[in-house]
Design a protein around this ligand. Sequence first.
Ligand code: AHN
Ligand code: ZN
Length: 330
Amino acid sequence: MQNIFILVFILVLSSCSKTTKSANQTDRKIEQNYDVEVPVFSSDSAYSFVQKQVDFGPRVPNTKEHAACAEFLAEKLAQFGAEVTVQKADVRAFDGTILKAKNIIGSYNTDNETRILLFAHWDTRPWADYDANPDNHNTPILGANDGGSGVGVLLEAARQFGLKKPEVGIDIIFFDAEDYGAPDNFANQNTADSWCLGSQYWARNKHIPNYRAKYGILLDMVGASNAKFYREQISDYYAKYVVDKVWDKAAKLGFSNYFINQPGKTITDDHLYINQLAGIPSIDIIHQELHSETGFGSFWHTVNDTMDGIDKNTLNAVGTTLLHVVYNEK
Ligand code: AHN
Ligand code: ZN
């Protein structure tokens, strides 16, 4: 009998503490998210979108695999309820090759003047020029991480935007011809701007002439296990408040092991031109290895940039953080 009293007492106590706890959790949620319900990012879905791209093979400009992947990306954005614009651009590579490039754009809430720009490059490098084996230096890379991962995360974000519109306007741009930059051994000078040809073109020829966005976020190499995202220095120079916003949000969500609140290096990437030429304050979420020879992961510009290097936990950390940032914008 006495035992039953004790049991009842314990049950009452534990149910009390549960009530208090869940009330606290609700408060915290409201405080963090300004009362906005943020959709749950599916890393399985993002992963499948990376796989889909890799299944085309290397996506090198002027190849049929590149053309087929362009179709896929535009179709997916349309399927996810975006207004799709494919901007064609003939751009000249460092070696004189004319690349038939396509910037693939998906827009949500097109009437809203408050806009956020989300971008990644979708082309892959024609040469594994950092591969350990020199025999591979002219082999095109699969770019599961370098190219595929950022696009995969943004396609999953697009799927969510289609299911529930954020308050603000969104433009997703998949930039082409980012990774056709001059190899280190290319003798000629003036190769500094040989990267990021698609974003340079768009910054000079926006798909909407007076296009403006509050800020931009670039995702580059966001798929490796235990990836580390440091505060890239161009991002901090042009858009410190955006870096703060994203890194703070990541910390609140428990992703400080990925989003390291310390300075990284300066990376020439698509966001440089979106900052300098388009005047949109933009940041780069990019995996850096501060003590490696290249500054990037060991997969970088090698034939090892395959699905084996893609980790759903990392896709989840980046995608979840991105959705929380975007859905909290008004
Ligand atoms: C340079 O190596 C100059 N920039 C790195 C940008 C990049 C290449 N991101 C992915 N691939
Ligand atoms: Zn690259």
